[in-house]
Design a protein around this ligand. Structure first.
Ligand code: TXA
Ligand code: MG
Length: 332
């Protein structure tokens, strides 16, 4: 089992030392838990790809500390367009990742061979404390994908991370427990390498908020956009098959089953009176609350051993874009 520690200063320092020596650390961010390594240590970063089973050409996000974000940005990015500067000013630290042109000589392995680099300054106090402590040991950035096996549901608690990497020993992975992640779905990703902002992955920030800050319309990604794990059609998948249905389809499907519901779990907005012992969770009416619990609910329903998880389609509003996106991929 991995080594599980809390968030006291001694634990933070132990994590920072591991990172400085090329080790792996599971740590909380405000979005999801990340599996972190020194972004500029190629063998440490290869350790992330190996632990996750993630293809080496899928780039990782580099996390930078809150102390001197300008220095950190300039350490990894070749140039920062004006609209990206405005996004940074508006949303950092926070759940926003910017893809920027990469300095040719840094973090090539973390960038998965792209000539760009994804940068994010997280708002979580534990992530920030680790970044600051690691910086004192000369670590300028932490490459950290979500701390789950490739294609699986992202972790929002330290226990989820320990579950995902139960086969790693205490010397191979240290996990800092900072409680449940407050945002619950991964950061919004905006590609800033094309002269205008391109949305690669929606998160909890709405398009309207992003456009207001950027001062430019947000474009949708096209075929030329770089490959991104979180943007693969099928991702975030529990073991059980996820199916998305509206309330009417759900009721009709449930009626057809009669008593034969033992292989099904439900995550619905409306009350389903036919629950009859079926594992069932109600989706909050509020998009922020739904995002916060989404991955934990999928894991919990999956753990009941059902074959199918039927999920009611979330509402249409723009504040639901991130949740709709993750459910769509979980169901693909
Ligand atoms: O909220 C988050 O972003 C979390 C926490 C831990 O910070 N991290 C996260 O990492 O979700 P990951 O690796 O699971 O997803 C990062 C996404 C991937 O889809 C990756 O391909 C994309 O960012 N990405 C990173 N660098 C990129 C680049 N240079 N070009 C295009 N996509 C990039
Ligand atoms: Mg991920």
């Amino acid at each position: 089992m991995p080594l599980l520690l809390g968030q006291d200063p001694a634990a933070i320092e132990q994590a920072a030392q591991r990172l400085a020596h090329g080790g792996l650390v599971g740590l909380p961010t405000e979005t999801v838990y990340g599996l972190a390594a020194d972004a500029e240590n190629a063998s440490a970063v290869r350790g992330i790809f190996a632990a996750k089973g993630r293809p080496a050409d899928h780039p990782l996000i580099v996390h930078v500390g809150p102390d001197a974000p300008r220095t950190a940005i300039d350490a990894f990015a070749r140039e920062v367009p004006a609209f990206a500067e405005r996004l940074i000013a508006a949303f950092w630290p926070g759940p926003l990742t910017l893809i920027l042109p990469r300095r040719a000589d840094v973090a090539a392995v973390a960038a998965g061979g792209q000539d760009s680099v994804g940068l994010r300054c997280p708002a979580h106090p534990v992530a920030q404390a680790v970044l600051s402590a690691a910086a004192a040991h000369g670590v300028r950035g932490l490459a950290a994908p979500s701390a789950n096996r490739f294609g699986r549901v992202s972790p929002t608690t330290a226990a989820h991370v320990a579950e995902e990497f139960a086969d790693l020993g205490e010397s191979e992975l240290l996990i800092l427990d900072g409680g449940a992640c407050p945002v619950g779905i991964e950061s919004t990703i905006i590609d800033c390498t094309r002269g205008h902002p391109v949305l690669l992955r929606p998160g909890v920030l709405t398009a309207a908020q992003l456009e207001a800050a950027a001062g430019e319309p947000l474009r949708a990604r096209d075929g030329a956009a770089p490959r991104a794990s979180g943007t693969l059609e099928s991702h975030y998948a529990p073991r059980a098959k996820v199916r998305l249905m509206d309330a009417r389809q759900l009721r009709a499907a449930f009626e057809v089953l009669g008593q034969d519901t033992k292989h099904i779990a439900l995550y619905t907005r409306s009350a389903i009176d036919a629950a009859r012992g079926t594992p069932h969770r109600r989706m909050p009416d509020n998009a922020v609350a739904a995002a916060q619990e989404l991955f934990a609910v999928l894991r919990e329903l999956d753990a009941t051993g059902v074959r199918l998880i039927w999920v009611e389609t979330p509402p249409d509003g723009p504040e639901w874009d991130g949740v709709r996106d993750r459910l769509g991929r979980a169901a693909a």
